[in-house]
Design a protein around this ligand. Sequence first.
Ligand code: ADP
Length: 458
Amino acid sequence: MKRKITLLIIASIVGLIALSAVQLYLVNNTYQLKKDSFIKQTRDEVSLIDDHLTKIDSMRSEWRDYMIETAAEYKQGLIQRGQVLDRFGQKTAEMNPEFLSVLREVLKENAGSSRVQFHKKVRSIIILDSLQNDTLYSKETDSKSYILGDDFGGEEYELGQSTSYSEYTYTTLRDGREVSEMLRLNFETETLMNIEGRENGVLLQMKGFLLISTTIFLFVFGVLFYSIKNLITQKKIAEVKTDFINNISHEFKTPLTTLALATEMLRNEGKQHLDTIDIIERQNQKLQKLLDQVLDNSLNYSEIHLNKEFINAQDFLTALLDDFELAMQEVNMDLVREFNLKEEQILIDPFYLSTAISNMLENAVKYNERVPKLLFRATMDATMSIVIEDNGIGVLAKDQNNLFEKFYRAGNKETHDVKGLGLGLYYANQVVIAHGGSIVVKSSSGDGSVFTIELPLT
Ligand code: ADP
């Protein structure tokens, strides 16, 4: 049974994890799909810029012409490659402000609601030669970059690439004579865009889906959590019941064995006839008391019907402690009483409350491996507080919260050497609650316990 429940819990947790993984996979897939469609939609909007903008085209041509002329100077050996690249940089910086202002206007008109950044970037410039091509610039190998438009990093999306081939004829002096030479050039550019706040845009589109899937997940998680909690409680109850049945059968065994023995003796008609009847009577009473304890002590505080009366607190407690000492006269123990009760009357049910306090006093002696030293202190201000302090085996921290539960017995070995049904403290707590009060315990194992009862005066 125990193994079955543990297996069931493990299986449901594994199931929930698998379900979460599938859910995450689906959410991620939807996010990717939405992202792709968002990018496609923006790309369509932005592609208009490239197609229809003459102003941007003419700027592009201006840069290209400048680049061809500069490349021709380089080919004639008038400038070095480094100077060529510097000049490209200067030209780009010079043209970019105007390019940007045109771009802003066009984006405002065409790119709808999305915030798009856009630029054209040189990929490579190669001077073609029948012997050997000369790469004047390549984006891959040069650290510089030539960009017209927004300078953005991060995720970028390509809108297109363009390659143009140009021939340019120039005259140069060779051996003192003017000759015409031809420059053949390959020029590659790319157009890129970046969408600011893309994540938010996509997430906004997915908000309904995210809301539904989170709600379903939380619902399933909640149901599972609740079921597991219930299962654990059931398991605990089942364990406590088994313990209780073991305890009660153990408690009933001794008087029953003695009764059987006494009956056997009676049958033999021996001399000890009268003594045997006494034994039978005593054991019978013991069985009756045990049964009453089980029945009475199982009451819940809402089922307890109190017959309250005004009673002098000091008289009530003194009589209770006197009775307790009388019952314990064969036990070597030490009980100290401390009263500070202002001669006040309290409104209580003396029968229920004295049984509850007696249970606690008996425990102080029962769960003790030394000569029991008990301190009973009763004080009064707005409420009456009763403290029962002992030098017994104490209660482990893990047991302290459960001590007042029905049939609960602490887990330490010493407890199991003492007979009991785990009902005394449950009963005491229910009675005190029925009076509108509370009980708390403070203890460190092996070092005694302090039980404090707080009771309203009326
Ligand atoms: P029972 O004594 O029949 O087991 P109780 O309800 O009176 O039942 O007590 C519950 C458990 O609380 C006991 O089994 C014992 O482990 C623990 N306990 C109660 N009183 C004390 C005490 N004074 N010192 C140490 N442990 C105690």
